[in-house]
Design a protein around this ligand. Structure first.
Ligand code: HEM
Length: 167
């Protein structure tokens, strides 16, 4: 019997690279924030920058891939079987019930995954990337290497979103 892969090679590469980069960004980010101590502040800033640029490059490739192969359609939300899926995760799976939806190459995601991944792509990722880029490019450092905050509202917005999302 032939093995059929539901997730294509690029998709698997993208999934695992994105998950590892996000995890590494969280670890280095919390080192920068002084919550954990692993590589030291300076190295953490360097690592965080390299990982964030890698993530942006990966996201750009993933956007092209989704458009080129029409894979964005996988995320169109549907209410069909949505309640059944929620019920399954809350109770059914613990009672050994059958999965309410079936995965195929044309329908890889169940209705709950569609909703959650769509929110992740349209909300969480843009917020973390845009606030991170604001952190990177919109700050003034004085002669004593102290960050000078010129726009308090923008500062609140970027630290509130970049950091706030993960608390
Ligand atoms: C493309 C994505 C990202 C970019 C461009 C970015 C950029 C930055 C920058 C520039 C800083 C300030 C340190 C510095 O000047 O180098 C920072 C801090 C931080 N980042 Fe990110 N980052 C990204 C993704 C993430 C992700 C995915 C997480 C967590 C899951 C994260 C968590 C943090 C945390 C906790 C801090 C410390 C903030 C503070 O103490 O005020 N970042 N990030």
């Amino acid at each position: 019997m032939n093995k059929v892969y539901i997730y294509k090679r690029f998709e698997r590469f993208w999934h695992w690279s994105q998950a590892s980069l996000m995890l590494f960004l969280a670890i280095s980010g919390f080192e920068i924030h002084d919550t954990i101590h692993l590589f030291g502040f300076k190295k953490a800033v360097e690592f965080h920058r390299v990982a964030s640029i890698s993530l942006i490059v990966l996201i750009i490739f993933a956007i092209f891939w989704h458009l080129a192969f029409d894979e964005w359609r996988q995320y169109i939300p549907t209410q069909k079987y949505l309640i059944a899926q929620v019920r399954f995760y809350l109770f059914g799976m613990f009672k050994g019930e059958k999965h309410p939806t079936k995965k195929t190459a044309l329908q890889k995601l169940n209705p709950l995954q569609r909703l959650i991944y769509l929110a992740f792509k349209l909300f969480m990722i843009p917020v973390v990337v845009i606030s991170g880029l604001l952190y990177m490019f919109d700050k003034t450092i004085d002669a004593n290497e102290v960050v000078v905050i010129t726009n308090l509202i923008l500062e609140q917005l970027r630290s509130g979103t970049h950091l706030g999302l993960f608390y």
